[in-house]
Design a protein around this ligand. Structure first.
Ligand code: C2E
Ligand code: MG
Ligand code: MG
Ligand code: MG
Length: 281
């Protein structure tokens, strides 16, 4: 120990770096088996119409509950899956499962599924989506795929082609976390997105009166309107935020104010209740 102590100040940081790498490696090994062991499931978060507060759909959010490691956040395991190519089989399972589960909801309720760039660069992805729709008998227009701006950063042409194939199936596309990545407006005119999702950071900023956040939401809503696209505000947590987002003109809203991500049975119950409420009205 005494020999090492004089070795240099940087040594002090190595144990932490090593611990992080070790944790990643352990999680990666566990993630490799997670699918077959049935440790993955989807929760569903409500998306509502901003004006009427009517349910329009749910976003499927992947959950990993490991007996050994507990509940691991997607913010932690999705990047591991992406870097190890595990996102291929896992992403396929997500699309298939979301279609099967949503097929049991009323037919005006949509399901949104997150798709990583790596999945789009797989030439098989379109076939996976088509197959999931066919097997589940979910109408294509009820499925929405969420991609982030990062899909256009690398091999943009192949990403645009993959998105074209998906659009041909009748599936909708939305642009997730808009404004947080490397934004280029060119692809907004090349690819037909139905919805731009405004990242939670802008919603939070706007509600705290940050002028830049307000200006960005206004600009994105105006841009979406003029391109014939809808907007969803992410991360609406309070009634005040809802009121502000309405004034700013976002068409849809998602966030804890309306509901957290829910187990599939609860999501379905809400969807069914929503339908009878609408019929009665
Ligand atoms: P995302 O697609 O932007 O999903 C929204 C995230 O915001 C979710 O986090 C959701 O639980 C959280 N959220 C929603 N409303 C609120 C709110 O009012 N306040 C706060 N503080 N948070 C809110 P989650 O479930 O932890 O997912 C994180 C990210 O992981 C997702 O961000 C998405 O990028 C990724 N992800 C989740 N499931 C999948 C999946 O099946 N495939 C892929 N490729 N990525 C996924
Ligand atoms: Mg999303
Ligand atoms: Mg998002
Ligand atoms: Mg987000």
């Amino acid at each position: 120990r005494s020999k090492d102590a004089g070795g240099g100040v940087f040594h002090a940081y190595e144990p932490q770096l090593h611990a992080d790498a070790e944790e990643r490696r352990v999680l990666e090994m566990a993630l490799r088996r997670a699918l077959e062991k049935g440790e993955l499931h989807l929760d569903y978060q409500p998306v509502v119409d901003a004006a009427s507060e009517r349910l329009v759909g749910f976003e499927a959010l992947l959950r990993w509950c490991s007996p050994e490691h507990g509940t691991i956040s997607p913010a932690k395991f999705i990047p591991i899956a992406e870097e190890t190519r595990l996102i291929g089989p896992i992403g396929e399972w997500v699309v298939r499962t979301a279609c099967e589960e949503a097929a049991h909801w009323p037919d005006d309720v949509r399901v949104a599924v997150n798709v990583s760039p790596e999945q789009l660069h797989n030439p098989n992805f379109g076939a996976v989506v088509a197959q999931s729709l066919a097997t589940s008998r979910l109408s294509p227009h009820r499925l929405e795929l969420e991609v982030t701006e990062s899909v256009f950063m690398r091999e943009a042409t192949s990403a645009v082609q993959a998105l074209e194939r998906i659009l041909e199936l009748g599936v909708r596309l939305s642009l997730d976390d808009f404004g947080t990545g490397y934004s280029s407006l060119g692809y907004l005119s090349r690819t037909r997105f139905s919805t731009i999702k405004i990242d939670r950071s802008f919603v939070t900023g706007a509600s705290r009166g940050v002028p830049e956040a307000l200006a960005i939401i206004r600009a994105v809503v105006a841009l979406a309107n003029s391109l014939g696209m809808a907007t969803t505000a992410e991360g609406v947590e309070t009634a005040d935020e809802l009121a502000l987002i309405r004034v700013l003109g976002c068409s849809k809203i998602q966030g804890y104010h309306f509901g957290r991500p829910l187990p599939v049975a609860e999501a379905r119950a809400i969807a069914l209740r929503n339908r009878s409420a609408t019929r009665a009205a």
